[in-house]
Design a protein around this ligand. Structure first.
Ligand SMILES: *[C@@H]1O[C@H](CO)[C@@H](O)[C@H](O)[C@H]1NC(C)=O
Ligand SMILES: *[C@@H]1O[C@H](CO)[C@@H](O)[C@H](O)[C@H]1NC(C)=O
Ligand SMILES: *[C@@H]1O[C@H](CO)[C@@H](O)[C@H](O)[C@H]1NC(C)=O
Ligand SMILES: *[C@@H]1O[C@H](CO)[C@@H](O)[C@H](O)[C@H]1NC(C)=O
Ligand SMILES: *[C@@H]1O[C@H](CO)[C@@H](O)[C@H](O)[C@H]1NC(C)=O
Length: 225
């Protein structure tokens, strides 16, 4: 074996013995995808809420240094919390297909506008989703019903319209559902009877019609209004 081969072999062994090497590169991908979305946003009143979101050197991670980002032990991103950050923009370029491990997404109280993209279904590990207090419009995408682990869904105080999708009734772990302060219309889906874990339901200040479906008798844990 030549010296060069030996050197390469030792290097390979060294790299494979650093446990976080592989995951650092995947969280670098997640970070780069977030930077592309950041580039589409505007910041009000000269605020610089995302000034810590900068291009990262290879083999580093956004964990610990980026505002609002929380990481798992393997450096993948599990939380994005940008509440009340004076952000203005859309979710069209949000990196849904990159953040595989995201379980908490909190973008409340900003000026996000436009639709909630159907690609939100790709955030398959979401437990907590709060997009409230923005200017989001259009319908609630039925794909939200594919987020099977969701426990908290806050879409209140936006400009959402159309009817409440039946598919929300598939979210059997849902504990808190707040849709108040939108322009939602039509009747409540009978599928809501499946939401056995629902404890808080806020629907007021919409244009909903019809009666409370009798299936709501199944919602034994309900405590909210
Ligand atoms: C931004 O500045 C304007 C004018 O000074 C003010 O009315 C507004 O409340 C500010 N926005 C935020 C989110 O602080
Ligand atoms: C996001 O951060 C705010 C404070 O900055 C905190 O009140 C809120 O609970 C956080 N949300 C989540 C989901 O951790
Ligand atoms: C957000 O940006 C859009 C498009 O640039 C603009 O029309 C709108 O006025 C902005 N919203 C606020 C609250 O500044
Ligand atoms: C993050 O996602 C990857 C790919 O889906 C997976 O292999 C890894 O176990 C996840 N990490 C955690 C902490 O869930
Ligand atoms: C909902 O709002 C969008 C624009 O935000 C509009 O194009 C659409 O016609 C509205 N749909 C309903 C059912 O009101």
């Amino acid at each position: 074996m030549s010296c060069l081969n030996l050197l390469l072999l030792s290097l390979a062994l060294l790299l494979s013995s650093i446990p976080h090497f592989a995951s650092a590169s995947s969280s670098l991908e997640e970070a780069n995808a977030l930077l592309k979305w950041k580039a589409t946003l505007q910041f009000q009143n000269n605020s610089k809420p995302l000034s810590s979101w900068r291009t990262l050197p290879a083999a580093s991670t956004p964990c610990n240094s980026w505002f609002g980002v929380g990481c798992n032990h393997d450096s993948s991103i599990y939380m994005l919390n940008l509440t009340s950050s004076q952000l203005n923009g859309t979710l069209n370029q949000f990196p849904f297909s990159f953040l595989h491990n995201l379980s908490h997404l909190e973008l409340s109280v900003n000026d996000f506008f436009g639709p909630i993209p159907a690609q939100i279904r790709l955030l398959s590990k979401l437990v907590y989703l709060d997009l409230s207090g923005n200017k989001l419009s259009g319908v609630i995408p039925p794909e939200i019903g594919m987020l099977a682990s969701l426990q908290t869904l806050h879409l209140h105080q936006n400009n959402l319209n159309g009817s409440i999708p039946q598919a929300i009734g598939q979210l059997t772990f849902l504990y808190e559902l707040a849709l108040y302060g939108n322009s939602l219309e039509g009747e409540l889906p009978p599928s809501f009877g499946n939401l056995r874990n629902l404890a808080y339901l806020y629907l007021d200040d919409n244009m909903l019609s019809g009666q409370i479906p009798h299936e709501f008798g199944h919602l034994v844990n309900l405590m909210g209004n």
